[in-house]
Write a protein that binds this ligand. Structure first.
Ligand SMILES: [Zn+2]
Length: 266
């Protein structure tokens, strides 16, 4: 009977170890892709808010909604954090943000999103970032703003090339606007931050803050924000004309669902 020399035993062990970790990687990748395809479902690794924070989330969300009603949906898209606090103090219909709520909003902004599974970049580092009026342009009939320059020019080109059946469905989103959307998603997901961030970038992480925008088909409603949009003639035209350089392609590894409606500018 022959016994393997000690170094070949070590080699064999190393080889086994490597194959096991490759196998584990494959299993992890399959489980990740499955999770992303079923982004609206909960997953065993998901991170949830605790009960107290969830209560604060609800009251902050409602107050943000009252600010939005006060300033209008269009202006709310570009509202800064400080402007939001000022409105809340000045208008009793909103009511000043108590410290527990403003601290909570700050925490949502500064929290490391990788901890709940979002791996996209943080593109805005300051909670109080301002979008100067001279740098933005209100797009007629849409209620949305675009940055003057590259974004505005690209959208005009898309409009020219695709004609009247294409529409801007979301333009600039300030930290406040993104926070409001993210809190709405977190309510929909019953406090599941991971599930919320699979379909919406957390505050500070959205490229809508720095130039990207969304387009849709006129009359297509909320289907514009589903994979259904990828089945439209309009989407095919965008692809054919080379507009589609996706921020969040199918099977991306950033923890975000497929977003065919999102136009990358920056
Ligand atoms: Zn988008």
């Amino acid at each position: 009977m022959t016994t393997p020399a000690p170094d070949s035993e070590a080699l064999l062990r190393a080889f086994r170890h490597q194959s096991m970790s490759l196998l584990a990687d494959t299993v992890n990748m399959n489980s990740y892709l499955q999770k992303m395809e079923n982004f609206e479902n909960s997953h065993y690794e998901d991170v949830f808010l605790d009960a107290d924070s969830y209560k604060t989330l609800i009251s902050s969300f409602k107050r943000l909604g009252r600010v939005q009603n006060l300033v209008g949906h269009g202006n709310f898209n570009v509202l800064s954090f400080d402007e939001m606090l000022n409105y809340s103090k000045r208008y009793s219909s909103v009511g000043a943000f108590p410290k527990v709520e403003s601290d909570f909003l700050e925490h949502v902004f500064s929290f490391n999103a990788k901890e709940y599974g979002f791996f996209g970049d943080k593109v805005i580092s300051e909670l109080t970032a301002v979008i100067p009026a001279r740098e933005r342009k209100k797009m007629s009939r849409t209620g949305h703003f675009l940055y003057r320059g590259e974004s505005d020019a690209l959208y005009k080109k898309v409009e020219r090339d695709l004609g009247p059946s294409i529409v801007l469905t979301s333009g600039i989103r300030s930290v406040v606007k993104q926070t409001h959307l993210f809190l709405a998603k977190t309510i929909q997901s019953k406090g599941n931050l991971s599930r919320a961030s699979r379909s919406l970038a957390p505050p500070g992480h959205s490229y809508h803050g720095i130039g990207d925008f969304d387009v849709g088909k006129v009359g297509y409603g909320s289907k514009n924000f589903t994979s259904e949009f990828a089945k439209t003639k309009e989407f095919q035209r965008l692809v054919d004309l080379g507009y589609v350089d996706m921020r969040y392609p199918l099977h991306n590894l950033l923890g975000v669902r497929y977003e065919p409606w999102h136009i990358k500018v920056v």
